[in-house]
Design a protein around this ligand. Structure first.
Ligand code: CS2
Length: 476
């Protein structure tokens, strides 16, 4: 048995509301906050809100918010207990309590990890999607809000009505300019209810951008078994993660915040270069790996990395991604690539390809399609980009190379499958993807791009993915 208990005091008031109680929050922002309190003090206990999952909320409530975090280090797994989460709420059961907490004068920060689709936005201008049933519901039933923008606006409304100060609202999702997006959707949602509230939010609240990074797969039976062995008792809230972690935050807050810099976070004036680097190199490669795995029947990222041809492709893709970044030094890019290969190869991290492959309509634009447009506009080759897109299409077609059904998941799955399985030529189908909201239309109106993707989908069907990738790698 080896584990480190939490060193936080028993008494800790709540200063943060976190929306989205997934594994990622518990492996990332909660760790930075626990470490910051340990170093510099402060009443920064977290009220963590499960947006949907009653099961997770119940497990966390039974554990009084405590949980085990297993770091899969090179020397073996290391377990630490965390106790920074001091309250757990389940949004569908208690929206009133969440609103109350957001309005609480002792709370200065709301952080958010609700995944890309939780932002309820649409289109390349990233406007609030008022056709989204959840948004419609929340505009009509503000006190029973179920969406992230809806509950934030309801909480901010109560905060304003009770004379509260402005809040810092910190997006921690993998979206470019995530703070600016959050601000835009919150202001639009508020304006539809009460224009004075929207003005108040605009003046008093801050929405810093932030780049977050830590590879954290969903917990499995193996996670719970390992936690039990290391802890000497069962922990149904245990999660596991890699040793690496990074957080780059725009230094723009409405009020006080934890001393996250003491825990290793970096405060900068402009997060964009860090975001682009991470979204295009790490997440872009991740999506490529995920579709390679899903289509060729390999279950985890580490399994895809074991195939030397795929590993070379992924390295080439990251090289091409680095070339789209403004001011990325070549040697820095080489170091980052090498580090990413090692992280993807971590044999102790069982990161399912299907987990990463889901929600492609929300991920592909910033990870693959926008950098592909940039490369095309500069006359640079886009082969790994066209391949990643072709593999996404193969995934959406719903069967892997062994003929087994792929469990595809995407908020726009019906629209996507209608397009990729249409009774028309492959080029026409690929061009049809340009009609999906958020997908860069101009990219899918370029014959050069559409034909490359279509040829690759056909080649994957006739020759198999491994043969197609081998050929690309040989000729590159
Ligand atoms: C992954 C990310 O699921 C996904 O789409 O690419 O969650 C990735 O693991 C994290 O961004 C790493 O920081």
């Amino acid at each position: 048995m080896s584990h480190t208990p939490s060193a936080l005091p028993d008494e800790l008031s709540i200063g943060i509301v976190h929306l989205g109680l997934g594994a990622f929050h518990r492996a990332h922002q909660a760790v930075y906050t626990e470490d910051a309190i340990q170093q510099a003090g402060g009443d920064w206990g977290i009220c963590a809100v499960a947006m949907r999952s009653r099961e997770l909320a119940n497990v966390m409530m039974e554990n009084s918010g405590r949980y085990s975090l297993i770091e899969q280090q090179a020397e073996g797994p290391v377990l630490r207990e965390l106790s920074v989460i001091r309250e757990v709420l389940c949004l569908p059961d208690s929206p009133g309590a969440v609103i109350q907490r957001i309005a609480d004068p002792a709370v200065h920060l709301v952080s958010v990890t609700v995944t890309e689709k939780g932002y309820c936005f649409s289109g390349q201008d990233r406007h609030l999607n008022t056709d989204d049933p959840l948004v419609k519901h929340d505009l009509a039933n503000a006190s029973q809000a179920r969406s992230m923008p809806g509950i934030l606006v309801a909480g901010l409304r109560q905060r304003r009505e009770t004379g509260g100060s402005g809040l810092s609202i910190l997006s921690c999702d993998n979206l470019p300019a995530n703070g600016k997006l959050l601000r835009q959707i919150v202001l639009s949602h508020a304006a539809l209810l009460d224009s004075e509230l929207a003005q108040w939010i605009e003046q008093k609240c801050r929405f810093p951008d932030s780049m977050v990074d830590r590879i954290t797969p969903a917990a499995t039976a193996a996670t719970f078994k390992l936690a039990g062995d290391l802890l000497g008792r069962a922990d149904p809230a245990a999660i596991e993660t890699e040793p690496f972690k990074q957080w780059v935050i725009e230094d723009d807050f409405a009020g006080p915040r934890p001393a996250w810099e003491k825990a290793g976070a970096q405060f900068v004036a402009d997060v964009a270069p860090f975001e682009d680097m991470k979204l295009r190199m790490l997440n872009g490669a991740h999506s490529l790996i995920a579709y390679l795995g899903a289509v060729s029947g390999l279950s985890a990222v580490r399994d895809v990395m074991k195939e030397p041809t795929y590993r070379s492709l992924i390295d080439r893709h990251m090289l091409m991604a680095a070339e789209t970044l403004e001011g990325m030094d070549k040697s820095d890019a080489a170091v980052y690539r090498a580090q990413l290969l090692e992280r993807f190869e971590n044999p102790a991290i069982d990161h399912r390809c299907l987990q990463i492959a889901m929600d492609g309509s929300q991920k592909m634009p910033q990870r693959i399609l926008t950098p592909a447009s940039i490369r095309l506009a500069r006359g640079m080759p886009v082969d790994t980009y066209a391949l990643a897109t072709a593999l996404w299409v193969r995934y959406l077609m719903g069967r892997n190379e062994q003929g087994a059904t792929i469990d595809c998941s995407d908020p726009l799955i019906a629209e996507l499958q209608l397009i990729v399985n249409a009774d028309s030529s492959m080029s026409q189908r690929i061009a049809g993807l340009g009609s999906i909201p958020g997908v860069p239309q101009d990219l899918f109106s370029q014959a050069n791009w559409v034909n490359q993707v279509a040829d690759l989908v056909d080649a994957c069907h006739t020759q198999g993915v491994l043969a197609v990738v081998s050929k690309r790698i040989e000729t590159s």
